[in-house]
Design a protein around this ligand. Structure first.
Ligand code: GLC
Ligand code: CA
Length: 595
């Protein structure tokens, strides 16, 4: 929990779905015959896109080994198409010792045999493309696996040409055990010192994450060239972009200054889940050097041209930041662009249904990021799922409906995590010996690791939940009997049906798709209401009840008159007669068009 809280606090760094209704209705055209309108769609596809995060290990197994694979994802493309996703982001599928389940990469230009082959990957890309679904890769640039050939070289001797690819430093003077002490007090996000002693070359190497994830040295231009080459390799294979992992941690203070210790109100050091004093993260995170690197990577992506794969390749950032100003900077400028879509973790990780706070964060991305496209996200593979962060135990599905509404009915690109659409529940291990994620072992019992949000996708009611015919790598939760694709697809009131309808609205209703967001009824502390408006189109109003009690909202104050026609509402709710009196049940949602 502690790490996930840290992620949310910003302490840790840690896509052909045009929006136009017309394009949606038109049959798919071969690229060379694309009309002017659809060329524009290809260019701007990411601005109103729905992106689906897949944790490949847990999505669909096809060979019975209990681990998901690429053929499994290909098999489920029709499901994703039917749901309405424009792009899938795959967490790392490269060869890896799997210490951090793929985020420890040992070869950037291949596929881990557990997930398949490059041929499987090419088939996935081409099959996805047929369905107008784009494939986005995860790119880990902060560190490699300690089994990567670059690091094996680097650690072999101080004179090795790869020595300077990683962050090596002498220790401080000798300790009692005869080895020097670490260069400073820096810590790994995954617990304890960020420095690992290497007896062979008698220096320390730096790792912001696991010991098996040595940090690359971004002061070295060769590292930059190596990654541009990797990016090129995947773009040639038809990927539609990258999600840059842990990007804010590329640089560290060259003076190796100690980080400050965070103190509580009484002046005592705050102790984290691993039993270490909590540090302020100021010397190893969000240093200014990151921006030029992003400009360089973006320029390399923009310069890439391929007739075989037209359309913008999009750059997404894992950007846990503490304030809107820092988020705004991640976009760069028109002349020197950086990310297309840095993740806005300020909204999605508020972790409580607080109307005022939601209003501020939504207004911030409307008015304070220079007119850029927000990338809203509420969930991912590093944080407990929605039920654990927002649920009240009694109305979890209604609350999930509330969150999905904020996600899809706000201007921008929507990113969600596999299983959210069926209301999958967080299911952490109950015994230390069952934990798979190493931080759950180091941090037990305070930090149980991330297994709870990585359990297999729940397709149906069979023992392996339709995920596997073998033994799943993580257990299938009991809750899968109710929350699964098969059951929910046949229920018009399911959370799945709600996701599908919201996504459809986002594609076909012009105001809902691209309209400006204006907050309404801004003194209301129970209900969040806003309007979506685009010139020449009817406005859409949205009201979301953040409480378990019934509420009635009056939106006529904001200059709204006339009638309001229901586009979507919580199952069973009454239709309002006027914008002046919108009835909402517990955690109820109303979406209407003003006529
Ligand atoms: C990112 C990933 C997380 C991983 C870490 C180190 O935060 O989302 O899963 O453990 O980076 O690569
Ligand atoms: Ca498998």
């Amino acid at each position: 929990m502690q790490l996930r809280k840290a992620l949310a606090m910003g302490v840790m760094v840690l896509f052909w779905g045009g929006m136009a209704a017309a394009a949606q209705a038109a049959p798919a055209q071969p690229a060379q015959q694309a009309s002017a309108a659809s060329q524009a769609d290809e260019r701007d596809w990411w601005k109103n896109a729905v992106i689906y995060e897949i944790y490949p290990r847990s999505f669909q197994d096809t060979n019975g080994d209990g681990v998901g694979d690429l053929q499994g994802i290909t098999r489920r493309l029709d499901y994703l198409k039917d749901l309405g996703v424009d792009a899938i982001w795959l967490t790392p599928i490269y060869p890896s010792p799997q210490i951090d389940f793929g985020y420890d990469i040992s070869d950037y230009k291949a596929i881990d045999p557990r997930y398949g082959t490059l041929a499987d990957f090419d088939l996935l890309v081409s099959q996805a493309r047929k369905r107008h679904i784009r494939v986005i890769m995860d790119m880990v640039m902060n560190h490699t696996s300690d089994k990567h050939k670059w690091f094996l070289q680097s650690r072999s001797s101080r004179e090795n040409p790869y020595r300077d690819w990683y962050v090596w430093h002498d220790g401080k003077k000798q300790t009692a055990e005869g080895k020097p002490a670490p260069p400073n007090n820096w810590q790994s996000y995954f617990g304890h010192s960020a420095w690992q002693w290497d007896e062979n070359t008698r220096q320390y190497y730096y790792h912001k994450f696991y010991i098996q994830q040595p940090d690359l040295n971004w002061e070295n231009p060769k590292v930059h060239e190596a990654f541009k080459d990797v990016i090129d390799f995947w773009m040639k294979r038809g990927v539609a972009g990258f999600r840059f992992d842990a990007i804010t941690t590329l640089f560290e203070d060259p003076k190796l200054t100690d980080e400050g210790i965070v103190k509580d109100k009484a002046g005592k050091p705050v102790i984290n889940a691993y039993g270490d004093p909590k540090l302020d993260d100021t010397k190893t995170n969000n240093l200014p050097g990151v921006h030029p690197v992003m400009r360089e990577m973006r320029a390399a992506m923009d310069a890439f041209n391929s007739d075989a794969f037209p359309g913008t390749r999009v750059l997404i950032g894992e950007t846990y930041l503490t304030n809107i100003g820092d988020l705004a900077k991640q976009y760069g400028s028109a002349e020197k662009p950086e990310f297309h879509l840095p993740m806005d973790t300020q909204l999605g990780f508020i972790n409580k249904l607080d109307v005022a706070e939601f209003r501020v964060k939504l207004s911030d991305v409307e008015t304070r990021i220079g007119g850029n496209t927000p990338l809203l996200v509420f969930d991912n593979h590093d944080n407990p799922r929605l039920d654990a962060r927002y649920g009240d135990g009694a109305h979890d599905v209604d609350i999930e409906r509330v969150l999905a509404t904020v996600l899809f009915a706000s201007r921008g690109t929507a990113l969600f995590y596999y299983g959210d659409e069926i209301g999958m529940k967080t299911t952490p291990p109950t015994r230390k010996q069952d934990v798979k994620d190493p931080i759950g072992i180091t941090g037990w019992p305070k930090e149980k690791g991330r297994d709870g949000e990585r359990t297999p996708m729940q397709w149906d009611v069979r023992p392996g939940a339709g995920f596997t015919t073998g033994t799943p790598w993580l257990p299938i939760p009991e809750s899968s009997k109710q929350a699964n694709v098969e059951v929910e697809k046949s229920n018009a009131n399911s959370i799945f049906a709600w996701y599908q309808r919201l996504i459809r609205l986002k594609k076909v209703n012009p105001a809902f798709a691209m309209g400006d967001n204006t907050m309404l009824d801004t003194s209301n502390t129970h209900v969040l209401s806003w309007e979506r408006k685009t010139p020449g189109q009817p406005a859409v109003v949205i009201s979301v009840n953040f409480t378990a009690g019934p509420q009635t909202v009056n939106l006529s104050g904001g200059g709204l008159s006339g009638k309001v026609r229901t586009l979507l509402k919580t199952p069973g709710a009454a239709d309002p007669a006027t914008p002046g009196s919108i009835p909402l049940g517990a955690f109820g949602v109303f979406i209407g068009q003003v006529e």
